[in-house]
Ligand binder design. Sequence first.
Ligand code: FCB
Length: 459
Amino acid sequence: MLSRVAAARGERSPIMSTVRFGPDFVWGAATSCYQIEGAATEDGRGPSIWDRFARLPGKVLNGDTGDVACDHYHRYRDDVRLMRELGLDAYRFSIAWPRVLPEGRGRANAAGLDFYDRLVDTLLEAGIAPWACLHHWDLPVALSDRGGWESRDIAGWFADYAHLMAGRLADRARHWFTFNEPNVLAWLGHATGVHAPGIRSRDATLAAVHHINLSHGKAVEAIRDAAPAGTQIGVIASLQPIHPAREDEAHARAAETIDLFWNLAMVDPLLLGHYPDALAAMLGDRVQSGDLETIAAPLDLFGLNHYCRQYAVPDPDNPFGAGLTAPPDDRPVTDVGWRIDGSGLADQVARIVERYPKLPIYITENGAAFPDGPDAAGAVHDPDRIAFLDEYLDAVARARDAGADIRGYFVWSLMDNYEWELGYSKRFGIVYVDYRTQDRIPKSSYRFYQELIDRHRSG
Ligand code: FCB
């Protein structure tokens, strides 16, 4: 089950060698709606900005769209069966805003709400806790056309949506996240433009940063209002150490800029109640009196997505003059060029523990893309992914040993899916998806994860 190299050396996986996580540790897997659901025009779902963006020439590899994706909308029962066999405690999914509110606000779509009802009930019947995320980047087109994240009005629209969903599901779904990676949504959607809505503008980015944060704060209030007491609410951020790609002044400045927008722009105001000085100066009077109190509404948990260290370069085409580049040396990388290095996760957790008030941390995404495919017997062997998970889970265990309050781990992803601007070309799943037949084939990493969970359950 280990990587070919380690297996050839006769090594045993460090993470399998002993039980390293306590009995309450939450073992999970994560997905998101646009990446797996498909059924893009069925049962009254409205269009999202990803439906539109994916159709613009040159934006997504091969022009791939999420129209069908993994067809999870129809196959969710089979997918939950795979989760149950895997032994998951929890499943992190996202709700498609345009499926439940086709115009983003106003009229709710009963068929869309019913789908999430059925999903939640099916999970509970399988003994799996549903962890719901309200927004994983698929903004209704109708709201984008009214200014999207650039408009301050969106905070009210998002709060209404949050209220609707918590009122509907929080009697059974006890864990909620407002946003998946609000930082990535702001930066890739509005500064680099590689994600929907595909904007490259300084003003749009700054407006998006603040309005996403405000939307989060208002949604927390709305969930608390609509959900039973004791509902656990958090946010999910993608954080990683940012290094200058070269040791000089210009690269150091680029790294500071990326760190500001990627790591600090959302988490500082949410958890500390203020923006970093440099950002506060740029935001100016976009921040109105009372906003920061709303944004810093108390949370119950913190979701950390982590993949790799990142390397910054000056980029004159970026509205803030900074961009990311490939790792500067030839250490191993995944199929998306991300460096494999569990110490990045450990360093990131240490920074969170030092900088922010103590909230329970859940690793809400971690995983790797590799070019997997079935062998002649139809099996999918992915030793590199197993080695990756082994290394990163070892880092999680060490961080816990060092005192970090990490209470769970969600692998990204349950199954291969639509990887945004890279379409279907990159496979992150522990279950292989044949997109022609929609057959699912559990990879050897699925067996690894299953055994790991089982060992912890049986003590
Ligand atoms: C994260 C996203 C997720 C997926 C992984 C690989 O940034 O939240 O949807 O694309 O990266």
